[in-house]
Design a protein around this ligand. Structure first.
Ligand SMILES: *Cc1c(COP(=O)(O)O)cnc(C)c1O
Length: 219
């Protein structure tokens, strides 16, 4: 199957309120261009260097999403162009993003990553840490970031009930904060679901799915 037909098949199954992030990490620009020519404009990468290289080579109407873990000292490289940062998991990182957004005279959209899996390896905040962050005075002062919602990754397992439980948990955390009124919040996005579990994620309330291998093939 070609990238274009994979993309069209997936897009035809997505409800209108769900945004597709085409996860293109490790794939060559020629593959991304195939998706671009099929109309895809949102691409997700997990390494800042790779995303920056692709940004420089590719058309400028692409929205670049950083979906990987972000090291504070690399924020400056993507601050001029990144469209959405999914994996924000600390106040310190958010402050770095705010600082570099200000230097670039922009507001950078972010999602806060929540830890929902039963794996030690996944990053993210727990519910208490999330509430602490959102109610901190430091957060309220940040004017060059905007929090659009939450992101989470389920445990890597075949157990559909487990995955469903974790997605439902993320949705309930989102519902508990979504009425928050703050200048730097516009809570409307739940980024959850990948190639193997995006249908379940959408059933559980996802509004943004991050799909790689089902579009571009295995890595
Ligand atoms: C790689 C990756 C994806 C996409 O995974 P696929 O299984 O290839 O669809 C989604 N989200 C994150 C955070 C990733 O790192």
């Amino acid at each position: 199957m070609s990238i274009q037909s994979n993309l069209n098949t997936i897009k035809s199954t997505l409800p209108e309120h769900v945004t597709l992030v085409a996860v293109s990490k490790t794939k060559p620009v020629s593959d991304l261009m195939e998706a671009y020519e099929a109309g895809q404009r949102i691409f997700g990468e997990n390494k800042i260097q790779e995303m920056t290289d692709k940004y420089e080579e590719m058309p400028k109407d692409i929205q670049w999403h950083m979906i990987g873990h972000v090291q504070s000292n690399k924020v400056k490289f993507m601050a001029p162009f990144v469209s959405l940062i999914h994996g924000v998991d600390s106040l310190n990182l958010l402050q770095q993003i705010n600082k570099h957004a200000l230097k670039n005279n922009r507001i950078i959209d972010c999602l806060l990553q929540i830890y929902i899996a039963e794996e030690e390896s996944k990053f993210g905040l727990d519910e208490n840490e999330l509430n602490e962050l959102l109610s901190s005075p430091e957060f309220k002062e940040m004017k060059n970031i905007r929090i659009l919602g939450l992101m989470g990754m389920a445990t890597f397992t075949e157990d559909q009930n487990q995955i469903k439980k974790e997605f439902t948990h993320l949705k309930s955390i989102f519902d508990s904060i979504k009425k928050l009124k703050a200048e730097n919040c516009d809570l409307k996005t739940i980024s959850m679901g990948m190639s193997g579990d995006y249908k379940l994620a959408i059933e559980c309330g996802s509004t943004m799915v991050r799909i790689g291998s089902s579009i571009f093939g295995g890595r």
